[in-house]
Ligand binder design. Structure first.
Ligand SMILES: NC(=O)C1=CN([C@@H]2O[C@H](COP(=O)(O)OP(=O)(O)OC[C@H]3O[C@@H](n4cnc5c(N)ncnc54)[C@H](O)[C@@H]3O)[C@@H](O)[C@H]2O)C=CC1
Length: 403
């Protein structure tokens, strides 16, 4: 896409963004009015969906010149096979998107703008369809059914699940998966896989119950051993990439422990002599559910130095992050370290900023931004928030872990 078209896309988007609520309402009304059958592909509660449209568009508009975008879109298309997304669905979404933009952009909707958006959407749809076709050609199913083998609760908020997919489920330690359950038709939420691939194919998920959260409440309170969950193709880029011999730091906040645990399990197998440090952060001592596992892994990786951090009793959970920042400041040699980071978005933002100030190369701080677990607003509150939390293209990917 040429520079002029990029400018046009961004300037029209800036206009439409100011009327985001109206644009979203127009988009879905147009889509469902012209394609009534499509409504059944979306969850009953459309409110979280509305956020995702603009989160997705923001991601697109801010990443159009990113060389990683085609690969990302291919992966997204692969993931969208779980919705049984067809070429007809992609065209219908494109037509309604352009209709919503032409309705809301006012004088900014010029012939050039229409051309630029049609081209951009065509590119997105083509890359996603190609990703889906490649996965289908490789014999990959649209989703994997997985039986629940273990359902273990820790207090009111935390549940550890062990699943056995009925077909081999290939993934890399550190990746995440979208999970669906018959209790909540067409609703999907992302969870990190909490173990490195095992010979018996079983896998663990750590679920933190979000107040008012649909999926996390069902997985915590209603799911039983013997039930079946659906898993989408794995995704995410929090995978090991540190050259042998280079020191590294792992930082896990809350259930962000899940992908870090998987990475450490893999490292214990592949590179047990690594030099590194691990910070495990939790809102209270009772929430430090990963401690026994962390000790076990540190036993297998003698060069791993572990620090546990919690908030003081009765203090808010983010006090633990203040304490973490103090501990990070006290640690040395940041420019030499690769950093693997997982946890709530606010923790990721704060820690990334701090690490940059401490001299870590920002390109060597690895994390995925799972969609926020916070209750949704119609759209995220600030521009910075939207830019910092670009989830997958959610307007047809209800894969977010939102209530
Ligand atoms: N791959 C990843 O990055 C993963 C991310 N997550 C995310 O981690 C979160 C897990 O939730 P819980 O286990 O309930 O964690 P939590 O809410 O108990 O928080 C854990 C720690 O994160 C920090 N934190 C939380 N809110 C903060 C805030 N507003 N400002 C600064 N620091 C804050 C605090 O240090 C807190 O002790 C979810 O948002 C989930 O989406 C979960 C698994 C994997």
């Amino acid at each position: 896409m040429d520079a002029q078209s990029l400018r046009t896309l961004r300037s029209t988007f800036a206009v439409v963004e100011r009327r985001a609520e109206h644009a979203v309402a127009f988009f879905y009304s147009h889509l469902f009015w012209h394609n009534p059958a499509i409504r059944t592909l979306f969850p009953q509660d459309m409110a979280p969906q509305r956020d995702r449209l603009f989160a997705a568009l923001t991601h697109l508009v801010t990443h159009l010149d990113d060389p990683g975008l085609p690969g990302y879109l291919g992966q997204l298309g692969r993931d969208h096979r779980k919705f049984l997304a067809t070429p007809a669905l992609y065209s219908a979404v494109g037509a309604s998107l352009l209709a919503a933009f032409s309705h809301c952009a006012g004088a900014a909707w010029t012939v050039e703008a229409e051309k630029a958006w049609a081209e951009a959407y065509g590119f997105v749809a083509d890359r996603m369809t190609a990703g889906a076709d490649e996965a289908a050609a490789a014999g990959e199913p649209p989703w994997w059914d997985a039986d629940v083998l273990r359902h273990e609760r820790y207090g009111d908020d935390l549940t550890l699940l062990t699943l056995r997919p009925r077909r081999p489920y290939p993934y890399t330690a550190g990746q995440y998966v979208s999970v669906g359950t018959p209790h909540l038709p067409r609703v999907w939420r992302t969870y990190s896989l909490a173990n490195a691939p095992r010979p018996d194919g079983t896998l663990d998920l750590h679920v933190s119950r979000v107040d008012g959260g649909l999926m996390s409440t069902v997985l915590t309170e209603r799911l039983r051993v013997g039930e079946t969950l659906r898993l989408s193709a794995p995704g995410g880029a929090l995978t090991a990439r540190t050259p042998p011999g280079k020191p590294r730091t792992y930082i896990a906040g809350g259930t962000g422990w899940a992908p870090v645990r998987a990475l450490l399990e893999e490292a214990a197998e592949d590179e047990p002599r690594l030099e590194g440090r691990l910070f495990v952060v939790a809102r209270t001592k009772e929430h430090l559910y990963g401690r026994a596992d962390a000790e076990r892994l540190a036993g297998l990786i003698p060069g791993l130095h572990v620090t546990y951090i919690t908030a003081a009793p009765g203090r808010p959970r983010d006090q633990a992050t203040d304490r973490l920042v103090q501990a990070l400041r006290a640690a040395l040699h940041w420019p030499a370290h690769d950093v693997y980071l997982a946890g709530p978005p606010a923790l990721l933002t704060e820690v990334t900023e701090e690490l940059t100030a401490l001299g870590t190369d920002p390109d060597r701080v690895f994390h995925d931004r799972l969609p926020s677990a916070a209750p949704h607003a119609l759209r995220p509150a600030t521009r910075a928030e939207r830019l910092l939390a670009p989830p997958p293209l959610h307007w047809h990917n209800p894969a977010a872990r939102e209530p």
